[in-house]
Design a protein. Structure first.
Length: 264
């Protein structure tokens, strides 16, 4: 963990869940953290709980607002010059059927889960390459590797992340740009509570699988290990990860299992 000391690490979605857990773990290593999310009060709470809170700054903005994203990036570049590690973690999930979901819900999920991170990457990459490189950590999902009922927009946005960031690495790895795409399965967070339903209202229910998932702290430690090892892609979860391998190696079994899921 010593290699992260004094590194400038920008985490979006840092006010809860995986982002919050990453803040605590990286703070222990003496990293200089930029904590972002919509809720300033929650970001300040996370900052206060970090081991070296004096090395943390909070920068609230809305991932659905491109202007706010660009303004935040300009502030970071002005203050720090560059970012060593960008963690595109902030996002929103979905719990609704394809035919019932308002198109504006699809657009909002794509805006938050895909375009927000792309905007930040495009703003920061010139400074990263000019100063010798940087690392972009992308929090995708196992449904970024396969489709699943009630997740059409969410799965689509996560699939898009893989195409974009694999291309980023292919173009820029010779200029010191590293990319780690993280595909969590069921993690014990509030993601299902805030997931969007067909009309854009919060789902408000803790999924059974989510409730029994691995802790955000455990997930964060695995992510940091993957970043330290410069992994291109990593999967984090339990038995739920089997679906990734079924889809890849035994597709008929994946289709059989998904066909038996009863959307509610």
């Amino acid at each position: 963990m010593k290699r992260f000391a004094n590194k400038i690490i920008w985490i979006t979605g840092a006010s809860s869940g995986i982002g919050e857990a990453l803040a605590y773990e990286w703070s222990k290593a003496g990293a200089r953290l930029i904590l972002s999310g919509r809720r300033l009060g929650e970001l300040e709470r996370v900052k206060a709980a970090c081991m070296y809170s004096e090395l943390c700054v909070t920068l609230p903005f809305d991932l659905a607002d491109r202007q706010q994203i660009e303004t935040a990036a300009d502030r970071v570049l002005q203050q720090f010059g560059t970012v060593d590690i960008l963690v595109n973690n902030g996002g929103i999930s979905q719990r609704s059927l394809v035919m019932e979901t308002d198109l504006q819900v699809d657009r909002r999920i794509m805006e938050v889960d895909y375009f927000s991170g792309v905007t930040l990457a495009k703003k920061l990459l010139p400074a990263m390459t000019a100063t010798g490189g940087g690392h972009i950590v992308v929090i995708s999902s196992i449904v970024g590797k396969f489709g699943f009922p009630l997740r059409s927009a969410y799965s689509a946005a996560k699939h898009a992340l893989h195409g974009f960031y694999e291309s980023v690495w292919a173009e820029l790895h010779t200029q010191g740009i590293r990319v780690t795409i993280v595909c969590p399965g069921r993690i014990l967070t509030d993601v299902s509570l805030h997931a969007l339903t067909k009309d854009g209202t919060p789902y408000g229910i803790m999924d059974h699988g989510q409730k029994n998932g691995i802790t955000a702290a455990s997930c964060a430690r695995k992510i940091i290990k993957a970043v330290r090892s410069n992994k291109k892609e990593t999967y984090i979860g339990r038995q739920d990860l089997l679906m990734v391998y079924f889809k890849r190696y035994v597709p008929w079994l994946y289709y059989l299992l998904v066909s038996r899921v009863q959307p509610r």
